[in-house]
Design a protein around this ligand. Structure first.
Ligand code: SF4
Length: 445
């Protein structure tokens, strides 16, 4: 009898492994256990329908569920599943999940709230499963349904509202002091590794191009350690690289809204993919030459960007707003910590002195289609108190002018339009008084 039972169990175990190998195991782990068993049964029955094989019944279901528990919970075969799931994550991305799990194990929290940027949202199921399997305490992982666009999009308040005590933010640097957040905030920078010797090789091969020229290096937080290594090596061989420090960011780091103005006439090399962050450097330093090293294609490209046209268009928008300074709306974006309360107070007090009607609008995520729909031709100018890049990047999509905090200050606070730079210093300690870290004193002086 015992031997027979053993054989049956072995049969189930083999079947289980066979099916989990062929089907998406990761999906199972993320779902509720009962649904997993149910899915297993339906898929197994469908597979065997044609072959007229044994169909699973409720008794089998109970047996199978006990095997599942026995295998993964009692015998602690979690390592097996972890190593299996690990294969689905890209090798050169540092997800730091072991470090995160040990941190979570040392805390008393059971529910966590996770935020992902667009590029890694596809791995959320695997990471959720890894947390639930490996952590002694975590029993619920909640994911934010919308993309976290930048470092400012930390949703600690929303996490608290949902009853979680930890927010896990992937892919961005830490801008708000952790002590100031409503719940425990854990930032995972998500460093991406690649063979940075390629950069040195390109420099060596194209020495004629770089002869007697200096380079300033920039990158996003994912490539900061690569940037530091490449700089050390380039300094040893060519002595021609600079890295600027712009606190609270790491040396050489930039954001879509924060970059330093370079004083020397160097070339700029941006390590990273896409154009969004590169454009920040271009906005802050029009007259330099720009190169981009793309770590996915291992190419160094010279980039040209028609910034003059963009700036002309922005000037036209400010002029339009000046002519139609009648019905004005102040638009506050409440996504993460984008909203700047000090700027809001200052601009409202200035506008109210000029007896202009103001409408206050709060929006979770500012988008041109919603804004154009609710406009009805009544609002003549919008002043947005959120991400400054919304105004510059979507310039042509808004029907009425949408000014960011710098442009609003040009319109109302007698700030002069800067000729040689478009200041993107939104999250810099050295930022002007319309930026995030401006003090109360500088605002009202
Ligand atoms: S304000 Fe905009 S550019 Fe700056 S970090 Fe946030 S999303 Fe990125």
């Amino acid at each position: 009898m015992n031997i027979r039972r053993k054989n049956i169990n072995l049969k189930y175990i083999n079947t289980f492994f066979h099916i989990t190998k062929n089907l998406m195991l990761i999906k199972w782990c993320n779902l509720d256990k009962k649904i997993c068993y149910y899915q297993f049964l339906t898929i197994f029955n469908q597979k065997n329908k044609k072959k007229n094989k044994h169909k699973f019944c409720l008794l089998d279901y109970i047996k199978f569920s006990s095997i599942f528990k026995f295998f993964f919970m009692k015998l602690k075969k979690v390592e097996l599943l972890t190593s299996y799931l690990d294969k689905f994550l890209p090798l050169n991305y540092n997800f730091e999940y072991v470090k995160t799990i040990s941190r979570l194990n040392n805390s008393k929290y059971k529910k966590i709230f996770v935020q992902f940027p667009d590029g890694i949202r596809e791995y959320n199921i695997i990471l959720n499963s890894l947390f639930q399997l490996n952590s002694r305490r975590i029993c619920q992982v909640l994911n934010l349904g919308i993309t976290s666009y930048g470092a400012c999009c930390i949703e600690d308040y929303f996490a608290k509202f949902l009853g979680t005590c930890v927010v896990l933010h992937y892919g961005h640097s830490c801008l708000t002091p952790i002590s100031e957040s409503f719940v425990l905030a854990i930032y995972v920078f998500l460093e991406i590794n690649f063979n940075w010797n390629t950069i040195i090789n390109i420099f060596e091969k194209k020495t004629f191009l770089f002869l007697r020229k200096v380079f300033t290096l920039f990158s996003t937080v994912q490539y900061i350690s690569i940037l530091q290594n490449a700089k050390k090596e380039l300094d040893l061989k060519f002595k021609l690289t600079f890295v600027h420090t712009n606190k609270p960011l790491s040396p050489g780091e930039l954001l879509g809204c924060t970059c330093v103005k370079i004083d020397n006439f160097s070339n700029v090399m941006y390590i990273g993919e896409g154009r969004f962050h590169l454009e920040t450097i271009v906005f802050s330093n029009f007259f330099l030459h720009f190169f981009q090293f793309n770590p996915f294609f291992y190419q160094l490209l010279k980039i040209d960007y028609n910034i003059v046209e963009t700036l002309k268009e922005r000037k036209v928008q400010i002029l339009k707003s000046f002519q139609k300074k009648t019905n004005l709306a102040i638009l506050s974006g409440v996504l993460g910590k984008q909203n700047n309360n000090l700027f809001l107070k200052k601009i409202e007090s200035l506008i109210s002195k000029k007896s202009i009607k103001i409408l206050r609008v709060v929006m979770c995520e500012i988008s041109f289609d919603i804004l154009n729909k609710i406009n009805y031709g009544i609002i003549k100018t919008w002043i947005q108190n959120a991400c400054p890049r919304l105004s510059t990047d979507w310039n042509n999509f808004f029907i009425e002018p949408v000014l960011n905090s710098y442009e609003a200050c040009v319109l109302f606070c007698s700030v002069k339009w800067k000729k040689y730079t478009y200041p993107l210093t939104y999250y810099s300690y050295k930022g002007e008084y319309w930026t995030m870290y401006a003090t109360v004193k500088s605002f009202f002086s």
